[in-house]
Design a binder for this molecule. Structure first.
Ligand SMILES: Cc1ncc(COP(=O)(O)O)c(C=O)c1O
Length: 295
């Protein structure tokens, strides 16, 4: 494989070429989505917010009673060395911990040996056009799989609702789906957090709404505070999208993406707005600062 664009998979710490990486069909992650995971990226070749991602992994695992197979510090060290060993200029990293293999059936009363997998691949962020012109999204009414369970707000492997929501998005020529809960509030994206700007004020659903507390979301909230932006953490009724001046989504890989169409209707003037652009610039600058990058 060409150095610089390699995907490598580390299963319980053992490196494999992507095609050769295999796990058992009896693994609970495969059978039931009985797993937790994290997705992160590098800047300047080093992982961004690794302690925050590891802390969330630990919280997710605890919520669904999966024992992390190694201390967080060891998993962090493994992620760092996996990135270096893979050798891409910038990497996408996924860390997965499953409950391990067991007998068929939902009973968790077996001696579990959780499995850990680290996938490191080349980072492929959205094209520049997505940032310059913005993206379209669709709304998707549903109850989250994990809603009202211990797993609410955690990053568990079962993403079927998000997968179905993204099918709708793709069919409509959109790039993300915004999940609308039973109460008619926009909760988050299929794989992102959502922000709305009205009258210069930034608004995003609170953690209590059952969202995944995004690492990018909290970083952006810090940046917003530093920029002196007014921020409101409150439920966002789906109707607020139509009357919003600006909407954007955030995630580790996409950072901050302006949303210019919701269900085919333009948001604001139909192009990325000034608050979104200001925050995006602030975000990039802050990342460079915390990662000690010069340009
Ligand atoms: C459901 C959901 N919400 C929010 C996010 C954004 O989280 P982060 O900023 O930590 O990547 C993700 C990321 O994959 C997600 O899957």
């Amino acid at each position: 494989m060409v150095r610089g664009v390699t995907t490598r998979v580390f299963i319980d710490g053992v490196p494999h070429e992507a095609e050769a990486a295999k796990v058992s069909v009896f693994d609970r992650g495969f059978l039931y989505g009985d797993s937790v995971f994290e997705t992160l990226r590098t800047y300047g070749g080093r992982p961004f917010a690794l302690p925050e991602h590891m802390a969330r992994l630990e919280r997710s695992a605890e919520a669904v009673c999966i024992a992390l197979p190694a201390p967080c510090a060891d998993v962090s060290a493994e992620v760092e060395s996996a990135i270096v060993a893979t050798g891409n200029p910038e990497s996408y990293v996924r860390v997965i911990v499953t409950r391990g293999s067991g007998p068929l059936g939902l009973d968790t009363g077996f001696e579990a040996h959780p499995l850990r997998v680290v996938i490191v691949g080349p980072l492929s962020p959205p094209p520049a056009e997505a940032y310059e012109r913005g993206i379209g999204v669709v709304t998707y009414r549903t109850q989250r799989v994990a809603e009202a369970t211990e797993a609410a707000g955690t990053k568990v492997g079962n993403y079927l609702v998000a997968v179905l929501a993204m099918r709708n998005a793709r069919a409509a020529g959109a790039s993300e789906a915004l999940i609308v809960d039973g109460a008619g509030n926009v909760v988050e994206g299929a794989t992102s957090n959502v922000f709305v700007v009205r009258g210069g004020r930034l608004c995003t659903p609170p953690v209590e709404a059952g969202i995944l507390p995004g690492i990018t979301r909290s970083f952006l909230l810090r940046v917003a505070a530093e920029l002196g932006l007014e921020v409101e953490l409150r439920p966002v009724p789906v109707g607020d999208l139509a009357s919003a001046d600006e909407v954007f989504v955030s995630s580790s890989i996409r950072e901050l993406l302006p949303v210019v169409r919701v269900d085919g209707r333009a948001v604001g003037v139909g192009s990325p707005g000034p608050v979104t652009l200001r925050l995006y610039r602030g975000f990039r600058e802050k990342v460079r600062e915390v990662m000690g990058l010069s340009e």
